[in-house]
Design a protein around this ligand. Structure first.
Ligand code: CS2
Length: 526
């Protein structure tokens, strides 16, 4: 049985197995890494908002190494902002879970995985059940870092301008509910207000989400929200809080029931909420912490840097941009996973061309960067068949992802007068996906995107200001959607380029359209 829910019922293969728990750790096979510290001696110096697989696959796992090195200040209290699923799964395990790093053996292509039981997660709060407990945790004397992986939409901002969306229902609610907020910014700002009232020390707010200048973006949003609550609080935040930018790179797909079965069989114990990821890890964190930090850089792949911006740009453009392009075009032709997508020659050729011709040239000089090698490396990470990362998962929340993944590079190309046909094709691929993919019927699942309704209206021509008679007008209406395209709306040459690809996709499907990438492109066709 394959399910997506972290708690899910115990799979058959695990029936009768004891549960992963501090009391069963000594039964683990010798090749499974486990916490090398006394959990009872830890203080909870980190509060983490957004306890999804992404956090448990990087920060929490890396943090265990700092704990093992003897710094006891950095236990983690995790906060689930919405559902109790992860807490319910992890409570019987006292917060222990397994990280399974999967790839294939180069010798025979067989899947292999390295298992690590992570032990630094000390407690889990479910925000809707007890918002006051979350605020108190932010305002706890032990708390030195509040870290976040809340996904792009958790920032309640306009992705094109990065401005706070003051009309967002969570923001409207949270501004009026200092004791019972429900969104990220509400918990942060009202929690900081409690810190201030209690006379507590400085704290670092560390975004680990895939946003450009994620720390600066968070600071701008926290300040904008705080200024509406109390201008003196905004000033206090300026003096007391640091917001380092950071770039995190590790592919962490959603855990399936098959993952749980397989991992239970290896552990000889049942873990209801393991996390699966790739071995690759890159985490570049600006070294600006208000109240100390763990030595995360003892772990290979983690570095404290002065400026994370070049790394963020590299990651958004060389990893996330082709990821999203493969997700929309792949899903539109019925391809289920990213690994299967890069195995389709036409898609792979397209991704390679997009990377080399249009994305890598926008990166500027980065010390030690070999752009060709970086492009090849990312495609080989995508090709990892042991991950089962679905095109559908990467396709989620396009309106929140596309501005930083494609449109920033598109703007740079346009500013340089350089061609951006392949980026235009990516945008057309997104529109094609939103309209159901090949034949309008390949994408059968509902589009998951906070702005799905507005996007659908634009593409259908039923919106308030879009009487849409044909594909050109559909694309023009899409590109005029300010929250995503900002100043790129109303640029007739761009609209024409996207519409040309969109018409081909709608008429002939992805495969036939991609044949034009190698051959004559529509702009060059007679
Ligand atoms: C992916 C990312 O789901 C997505 O949108 O592009 O989660 C990607 O796997 C990570 O950013 C890799 O570091």
């Amino acid at each position: 049985m394959t399910t997506d829910s972290p708690a899910g019922p115990a799979p058959d293969a695990a029936a009768g197995l004891p549960r992963l728990h501090p009391g069963t750790l000594d039964r683990l096979p010798a090749d499974v890494a486990r916490p090398r510290f006394d959990r009872a001696a830890l203080r909870a110096g980190i509060v983490h908002l957004g306890l999804g697989a992404f956090h448990r696959g990087h920060l929490a796992a890396v943090n265990d190494a700092a704990l093992a090195a003897g710094d006891r200040r950095w236990g983690i209290v995790g906060v689930s902002l919405r559902s109790p699923g992860t807490r319910d799964a992890l409570r019987p395990q006292a917060g222990l879970y397994t990280l399974a790093l999967r790839d294939t053996d180069p010798a025979d292509g067989a899947p292999r995985e390295a298992l690590q039981v992570v032990g630094g997660l000390l407690d889990i709060l479910v925000a809707p059940e007890d918002p006051g407990a979350v605020l108190d945790r932010v305002a706890h004397p032990d708390t030195r870092i509040v870290s976040l992986t809340v996904t792009e939409k958790g920032y309640h901002h306009d992705p094109a301008t990065r401005a706070l969306r003051t009309d967002d229902p969570d923001i409207v609610h949270d501004l009026r509910a200092p004791d019972a907020p429900r969104g990220t910014l509400g918990f942060l700002v009202h929690g900081l207000a409690r810190r201030r009232a209690r006379g507590l020390g400085p704290v670092t707010l560390l975004s680990c989400d895939n946003l450009p200048a994620n720390g600066d973006t968070l600071r701008g949003l926290v300040r904008a929200f705080a200024a509406r609550v109390d201008p003196a609080l905004a000033e206090w935040i300026d003096g007391r809080c640091c917001f380092p930018n950071s770039m995190v790179d590790r592919i962490v797909p959603r855990t399936t029931g098959d993952d749980r079965d397989r991992i239970a069989a290896r552990l000889g114990l049942y873990d209801a909420a393991p996390v699966v990821g790739e071995p690759f890890l890159a985490w570049m964190v600006e070294d600006r912490f208000a109240a100390g930090r763990p030595d995360w850089d003892a772990v290979p792949g983690v570095r404290f840097v002065e400026d994370a911006a070049p790394w963020e740009r590299l990651k958004l453009r060389l990893v996330n941009a082709p990821h999203s392009a493969l997700a929309y075009l792949g899903a539109s032709m019925g391809v289920a996973t990213i690994a299967e997508a890069v195995a389709v020659p036409a898609l792979r050729r397209y991704a390679e061309a997009l990377l080399r011709e249009e994305l890598a040239p926008t990166l500027g000089a980065l010390p030690g960067l070999d752009a060709d090698a970086a492009c090849a490396a990312v495609l080989s990470r995508f090709a990892n068949p042991a991950l089962g990362h679905t095109t559908r998962q990467v396709a989620m929340d396009g309106s929140q992802k596309i501005p930083q993944r494609w449109l920033a590079a598109l703007r740079d190309r346009r500013a340089q007068g350089a061609p951006a046909e392949l980026l235009a094709l990516a945008v057309a691929g997104w529109a094609h996906y939103l309209r159901g993919g090949d034949g309008g019927a390949t994408v059968t699942v509902p589009v998951q995107d906070p702005l799905a309704e507005a996007l659908a209206q634009r593409l259908a021509g039923s919106g308030p200001d879009a009487a849409v008679p044909d594909d050109d007008a559909r694309i023009a209406a899409l590109l005029d959607f300010g929250p995503v395209f900002g100043d790129l709306g109303g640029q007739p040459d761009l609209a024409r380029a996207v519409a040309r690809w969109y018409r081909l996709l709608a008429a002939h499907g992805v495969r036939a359209t991609l044949a034009r990438v190698a051959g004559p492109r529509p702009d060059r066709a007679a």
